[in-house]
Design a protein around this ligand. Sequence first.
Ligand code: PLP
Length: 406
Amino acid sequence: MLDIQSLRAQFPVLRRRVNGHPLVYLDNGATTQRPARVVNKMAEYYLRHNANVHRGVHHLSALCTDANERARERVRAFINASSAEEIIFTAGTTAGINLVANSFGEAFVRPGDEILVTEMEHHSNIVPWQMLCRRAGATLKVLPVTDDGRLDLSLLPVLLTPRTRLVALTRLSNVLGTINPVRLVADAAHAVGAVVLVDAAQAVQHLPVDVAGLDCDFLAFSAHKMYGPTGVGVLYGKKSLLDKMPPWQGGGEMVRDVRFEETTYNDLPFKFEAGTPDFIGIIGVGEAIDFIDSVGMEEITARERSLTLLARDRLSTVPGLRFHGEAPESSSVISFTVEGAHPFDIGTLLDRQGIAVRTGHMCAAPLTRRFGVESMVRVSLAMYNTEEEIDLLLRALLRALLMLRG
Ligand code: PLP
């Protein structure tokens, strides 16, 4: 069992008050809070060890390079990749997906080809593919979502064709909380010769993620949603594919030799890491993974599932409340609207009571429209949320609705 109070004590921000009330932070899908150990580790490197990586022969450069590469190995083990060469540090999920859309797109996507995304994707797993399709003369296809918020897998055999080059889907929806059957989709995609990119931005902090078990070809996530620093992320790619892909951005670090006539490129993963990486952020990612391991992913998954069920149960008692997304396989994210109350007004009145939730289209406008609304309220949970906070949310929501409906 998690000792929730000592867990919360590691997050100084959770002790603060907002608008005269103790903070109830239920916007973890946007970004989680960071434990002090992650910030302290980064501060230690900034204040005591800082030197650029992969360049200097001097002591501090070697020290930071070692720490950077240890973090890469931590990430490799965390997602069960077979080699550290398959772990590319990026600026976040968005940057990782754009890297694949550009580099894989250049190498493999031709006029008449198809890219398949799902209706429940975040904008960052839609727009890069739209841009690629426009550049390459390819077609974007969309796998629809059912009324209860699952992928409509009955349409998968129709939408996958010999022209499908890549299927991009989220592991856990940032709006519906649905956990998608990635392995099943990957097997079907591979059968027609397509590759699979998994958006794990909402998965790595909630569930064990095993790239070998999922058999995905690419997987992207952001550190700031998993208790790590902002501005850093990871792109996993199968070595056999990364080897065939051209670099996306040019600069220092990604080259072996530069002549005006011709440049040769560095080995993986450096071929895809042009310029000085955010090495202190990367060291922070390693620390965030150590923190997650210290709690235990199984404990985290179990706790968040029971908190999610409790929150759904409590919220279902609110008159006029409609959930968007009720898939049996789901966790940690709950979105809803309430009849007669605008989500923005609900969010504002909850904030006055110290409760932080997300309102709007959650960067998934096609999905919210699919459910007939432009905007929703989203409660997204993390391991440090408590049963008491769910009770506070319910009371504050009822108070807000009383004010809004009169
Ligand atoms: N994909 C999903 C499912 C997300 O929830 C988010 C962020 O909310 C992203 C991608 C984009 O992440 P980032 O802005 O860190 O690149």
